[in-house]
Design a protein around this ligand. Structure first.
Ligand SMILES: NC(=O)c1ccc[n+]([C@@H]2O[C@H](COP(=O)([O-])OP(=O)(O)OC[C@H]3O[C@@H](n4cnc5c(N)ncnc54)[C@H](OP(=O)(O)O)[C@@H]3O)[C@@H](O)[C@H]2O)c1
Length: 361
């Protein structure tokens, strides 16, 4: 098995950044643990509405030490914070991002960037007015495996791409499910999981020409239990993206071209393995002879089933990668990421809005 240590290579660039974290739930814990492994990154503050919760959060992340702020305003006006990672509920992202940008901070905001395309546009306008960096924390895009999949597609290693499938779903029950279904909370399968599947299709294939979707909900205003949508790209390519919150899906993604295909193993949102079935793929670790043998084998066998190469990476590499992306962009004086630009977050939320409106109960 080959490994792709690209994120680790990038971590050698030395940039200093003092981070403030908003929210104390599980994803914020995972992010802070990853942040501690990014050279030059320092946890300088967290914001929690409860001092006890803030202290408990610090204990949960291996006893990290920093200032605990009890309001967002205090954190955003502190001169000891350069960048703010926002992990509050999605319905608060717009207000929290704008407050941090107006406080002069660079912003990394959890996925989805906002609850709708209109809200995301307000965030982008605030980032432009403040001339500050802002990016959706779509850690999947910073996985070395997902970046390698994109590189292979762009290099033509699969031939012309005809199909992409991505499905994300984890069954929720009881209070957790009730919370996701609560009207007006900006939750549900589309925003929680669907955003990953749609973001992957958008990253690999871009903005589709047409979308048609189907949605399951228990009532007209509840968060979606499930959705599936077909995205059409020109006359030769379709993507099928789905998410579920009452059933656990395969959580795999597949990208199919005329000469081969890629399977990103579960969970594709933070993968540790990807299999490549392509005679053209250039394995950096194997060299020319290996490639020639593979190409010869592919000629003898049906081209649709070339031998597989498995690639691996650390599952949390994307969390480190997104933090590093902010730090490097800010250090280079850039206000947007090429990997996850605000325009892409807006287009993805527009797609979510379109799917949400495409079917009723
Ligand atoms: N990237 C991933 O894999 C991943 C995974 C899960 C979630 N997420 C995203 O992360 C975000 C948070 O999701 P979640 O389910 O963890 O949300 P959550 O539990 O509802 O809230 C997260 C944190 O926000 C703070 N908070 C809650 N209500 C607030 C309020 N009214 N005002 C200010 N702060 C408030 C709380 O911290 P205090 O009580 O300490 O103030 C809480 O711990 C969502 O956008 C979600 O989509 C991402």
């Amino acid at each position: 098995m080959d490994s792709i240590p690209r994120t680790e290579h990038r971590e050698t660039k030395s940039v200093q950044c003092r981070w403030g974290v908003v929210g104390t739930h599980r994803i914020a814990q995972n992010f802070v643990r990853a942040l501690m492994r990014v050279p030059g990154a320092k946890l300088a503050g967290i914001c929690s509405r409860s001092r006890e919760k803030g202290q408990a959060f610090l204990r949960s992340v291996d006893g990290a030490e920093c200032v605990v702020y009890s309001t967002l305003d205090e954190l955003c006006s502190s001169s000891g914070i350069d960048a703010v990672y926002i992990a509050s509920p999605t319905k608060l992202h717009k207000d929290h991002c704008i407050a941090a940008l107006e406080g002069g901070k660079a912003v990394l905001c959890e996925k989805p960037l906002a609850a709708s395309g209109a809200e995301a546009r307000e965030i982008a306008a605030a980032a432009q007015a403040a001339n500050r960096f802002c990016m959706e924390a779509m850690w999947m895009r910073f996985s070395p495996l997902i970046q390698e999949a994109k590189r292979m597609v762009e290099a033509g290693s699969l031939g012309e791409v005809h199909f992409l499938r991505a499905e994300a779903g984890y069954a929720k029950q009881g209070e957790m499910l009730d919370r996701e279904r609560k009207p007006g909370e900006g939750r549900g399968a589309l925003l929680a999981f669907g955003v990953y599947a749609i973001s992957l299709a958008h990253y690999i294939l871009g903005k589709p020409d047409a979308i048609s979707g189907a949605v399951l909900r228990i009532s007209d205003d509840a968060g979606e239990d499930a959705f599936s949508a077909s995205l059409r790209y020109g006359q030769n390519c379709l993507a099928v993206v789905s998410a579920h919150q009452t059933a656990t899906l395969s959580n795999e993604a597949t990208i199919v071209g005329e000469d081969g295909f890629i399977v990103v193993d579960s969970p594709f949102i933070g993968p540790s393995q990807m299999r490549v079935f392509s005679p053209h793929w250039r394995s950096p670790a194997r060299g020319r002879v290996h490639r020639m043998v593979r190409q010869a084998l592919a000629r003898l066998m049906p081209a649709r089933f070339p031998p597989a190469n498995a690639l691996c990476a650390e599952a949390d590499a994307g969390l480190r990668g997104e933090a590093l992306e902010l730090m490097e962009c800010v250090s280079d004086g850039r206000t947007q990421s090429d990997v996850m630009p605000l325009e892409a977050s807006i287009e993805i939320l527009d797609m979510i809005d379109a799917i949400r409106g495409s079917a009723r109960v």
